[in-house]
Design a protein around this ligand. Structure first.
Ligand code: BV8
Length: 237
């Protein structure tokens, strides 16, 4: 019996073959930068210019990357499922826009988005594809010096958690793709699915930290393993 409501969580591994660094693999971002300096509110308040430089670098890299076959396969699955009365929800920890480039819609960016900024003073969120700097003024309140990346740092509350748990609890399949299962609350979603008797599967390059919690697993590169899984799902009964 095919699942009707599929909840998919993705992490940096699905964008790795598009040329975006993951975090904890060899050479990953957290091996080059100290998390507390560039991905925490304290680090931003301590040295905002350093944090803006970190995200400007990632924004410049992001400009040249393309969605890979894994992103496109999920976009196709979502379209076909929706056309047949089902639903595929894509919740990503990634702040890139490669799911959207791959055709996905309604993507939940629980850790925020690289292409958006938020005013530290009034909270206004806006699109911004230029360089971030302390000299930029907020379009809403006019104050300068307070525009930060619209990204969820450690110690900050992830976005759309109410929607996430509503969609997750209504799913009949939970699939985790390209994440090491290190960062909570995302890493806890598989346990939440299990406690609701929802079947779980991970697709990853290698077993994640919480691999033991999954009923099923496919290991391989996302650009191969994800399209293969989607083909299986789309094959006629
Ligand atoms: C929160 C910023 C409260 C955005 C990031 C102890 C227990 C439980 C929790 C905690 C704890 N101590 C502290 C916490 C809380 C903390 C946390 O989890 N810390 C960890 C380190 C223990 N979490 C938080 O602070 C979160 N907030 O808890 O608020 C709360 C809780 C619930 C409800 C309300 C409030 C905020 C977390 C967000 C932090 N922001 N980054 C950015 O700059 O990008 S974290 C960073 O890690 C990214 O967001 C990233 O998305 C995320 C997860 O990493 P992964 O995506 O998994 O990437 P990683 O490199 O780790 O793994 C890549 C995987 O891909 C690997 O498995 C690899 O094998 C695979 N792979 C590689 N290549 C491929 C591949 N797979 C397939 N194909 C390939 N080609």
């Amino acid at each position: 019996m095919k699942p009707k409501q599929i909840f998919i969580l993705t992490g940096a591994g699905i964008s790795a073959e598009s040329g975006l660094s993951t975090f904890r693999d060899k050479g990953g971002l957290w091996t080059q930068y100290k998390v507390e300096d560039v991905a925490s509110l304290a680090g931003y308040e301590r040295n905002p210019a350093k944090v803006l430089e970190f995200y400007n670098l990632r924004r410049s890299i992001h400009k040249d990357v393309q969605a890979n076959a894994g992103h496109h396969a999920l976009g196709r699955l979502q379209r076909v499922w929706a056309a047949n009365g089902g639903e595929v929800v894509i919740c990503t920890q990634n702040i890139d826009h490669l799911h959207e480039q791959g055709g996905a819609v309604g993507v939940i960016h629980m850790h925020g988005e690289l292409g958006k900024v938020r005013c530290h003073d009034c909270g206004d969120v806006s699109l911004a594809d230029g360089e971030l700097s302390l000299h930029l003024g907020c379009g809403a309140c006019g104050r300068t010096g307070g525009l930060r990346p619209h990204v969820v740092w450690f110690g900050e509350t992830p976005l759309d958690m109410d929607v996430i748990f509503e969609k997750l609890s209504g799913a009949d399949l939970f699939v985790s793709i390209g994440t090491s299962g290190n960062v909570y609350p995302a890493a806890g979603f598989v346990a939440a699915a299990r406690s609701a008797d929802i079947p779980t599967m991970e697709i990853n390059l290698e077993p994640s930290e919480n691999a033991h919690l999954f009923d099923d697993a496919r290991y391989g590169k996302a650009s191969e393993a994800v399209p293969a899984w989607v083909e299986e799902l789309l094959a006629p009964d």
